[in-house]
Design a protein around this ligand. Sequence first.
Ligand code: FES
Ligand SMILES: [Fe+2]
Length: 407
Amino acid sequence: MFHATERLPHLLPPSAYGSDDSYSWEVSNVFAKSWHFVGLQTDLSRPGDFLTVEICGQPIQVRNIGGNIHAVSNVCAHRHCLLTSERKGSSPKLRCQYHGWEYDASGATQRIPLAQNFAPLDRASLRIPVYRVETLGPLVFVNLDAIAPDLRTAAGDQLEPLLHGFGEGWEVVLSREFPHHVNWKIPVENTLEAYHVPAVHPETFREDPGEARSEHFLGETGSSFQTTLPFAPHSRIDAWFQRIEGRALHLLTDRAPTSAYRQHHLFPNILFSLTDMVSLLHVVRPTGSQTCTSVIYQFGRVGKSFVSRQCSRLWGRLVAGITLKILQEDFRLYTAIQRGLNSSHNPGMLGRCEERIYEFQRWLQNQSQQTTAEASCSTISDVRTAVACDCSPINPPCHLATSSIDL
Ligand code: FES
Ligand SMILES: [Fe+2]
């Protein structure tokens, strides 16, 4: 069932999906304080293992130093070269690729070749920044903000499903990155509703499960959707998937299938879906006002015996093929959505079935330090009274907001 009783305003104006001002606002007010998924612990299992990532335009190196995972700036204090240009790898020292300056886990300089050239040297002030790192199961997260809430607090009501879907007994069966030439909110919002299913996934899911078979949970840190598989009884792939998955689950774990499909959103950009046998993580990494990357990791259950492990991997590969097909069906639409947003003459609107998008947009607007009329609109039932009148780039101009609530 849905919570909203009437259609909802599209709180964000089209310009929020592509203007440089909006993106700068989001970087400062949202992403600079968020926990960013950066990779898996298995990629950092041995001392010297590292991976690099860019967060809010900052090059970061996440590295196993002495058995612990650390995050440091990937920019050298000498003459600003990236310490490494590799996406991932292993090297004995945290060393710059240009002149060989070395650093420790605190960001302090260690060996400097021909250090006498740099005398007098104030090593205490000559550091590269270090950042906070936390893990949830196999997932590694970094936060650029020294005083942001810890990861578990930030995950809030999405913590338990994250731990359930990505904890013990799961292994990666698919990892891919897909760059998009669209604003990061387009992939996020696309994932928050099943209304597009009949038009976009006619072969795979076929039908929207509809209100009677949908359960929405709207929380402080995210939202969730639950239904039972198959989405539509006559969908070709979905019904087949559900039948086989039930048998595979029994074979691998002796558990009875629940047939549940749960899709979760941890604000702002972490999406994950869970079935009995498959956990799919989809992080939409913003890279610019109209560019982002979908980072996809699919996990499958680990079998207990050699035979069940092989069966599990085979099943994982089969499901990965379906996942990629469904993702591509969505990806094909993204540029058309961005093109329309860049030229739209309307504020847009949200149906009751799209209430999770409304919750996301409301959360995003409430990240503003300014007092807004939306900030006082705490529930969906309050929405009819919401009037935007603040000037931050993600709030619509007043004339758009007024028309968007003219229900
Ligand atoms: S720029 Fe890094 S050692 Fe020179
Ligand atoms: Fe879709």
